[in-house]
Design a protein around this ligand. Structure first.
Ligand code: AMP
Length: 206
């Protein structure tokens, strides 16, 4: 069987985190989310944690050198396949990744701007890592996680102002990756129900 070394790309709110988890589970590969890694560090009380908190709460990126080091170390400890979610996000990160990983596919989840803004402002998170959406992926019990029953919360970087800033930075810094990866890039329509997007991704991977 092929070892999947996949990057999933898409604007904030495209649903890439949800799809990344589903793919990782189905194909038995590791899900590596830089967003999750940074959210875990942001509250740890260290100097680095405080710096990360300030950056992500304002919708800014964590510097390339810090991000690259974390991912390089993480990939060094993985034997099989993996799914990179949220990395790379800039051309320098993609250049660095080429030096320490052989990515064999890039999945791009394509969603229009208008849809992104409304999705992001209705997203709900759980401390256990699950995410929900008041419109597209409601929890069974209002405001509580289906998996662990903890109370859900809204991310601090999902206020309307910060969402606009994140989309602007995505266009400037991350969108150029679509061209960078054009030879191994597969586009999937992300403006569909979650399971339909997943079906399309499975077709691409089989
Ligand atoms: P996400 O959960 O993927 O939307 O990531 C949340 C936030 O973490 C982003 O808005 C950035 O502030 C930061 N972040 C995640 N991945 C990266 C990356 N590859 N480079 C720089 N900052 C990142």
């Amino acid at each position: 069987m092929k070892t999947y070394k996949i990057v999933i790309l898409g604007p904030p709110g495209s649903g890439k985190g949800t799809q990344a988890k589903m793919i990782a589970e189905k194909y038995g590969i590791e899900h590596i989310s830089t967003g999750d890694i940074f959210r875990a560090k942001r509250g740890d009380g260290t100097e680095l944690g405080n710096k990360i908190k300030e950056l992500i709460d304002n919708g800014n990126f964590v510097p390339d050198d810090i991000t690259i080091k974390i991912i390089e170390e993480k990939l060094g400890s993985i034997e099989g396949g993996y799914m990179l979610d949220g990395f790379p996000r800039t051309i320098p990160q993609a250049e660095a990744l080429k030096g320490f990983a052989d990515i064999n596919m890039v999945i791009y989840i394509d969603v229009k701007d208008e849809v992104l803004v409304s999705r992001l402002s209705s997203r709900l998170m759980c401390k256990c890592g699950e995410s929900y959406n008041k419109i597209t992926k409601k929890p069974k019990k209002d405001n509580f996680c289906d998996k662990c029953n903890q109370e859900l919360y809204q991310r601090e970087d999902e206020t309307p102002e910060v969402v606009q800033e994140r989309l602007k930075i995505y266009k400037e810094k991350t969108e150029p990756l679509l061209d960078f990866y054009k030879d191994i890039l597969v586009r999937v329509d992300g403006d569909q129900p979650i399971n339909k997007v997943f079906e399309d991704i499975k077709k691409v991977l089989s």
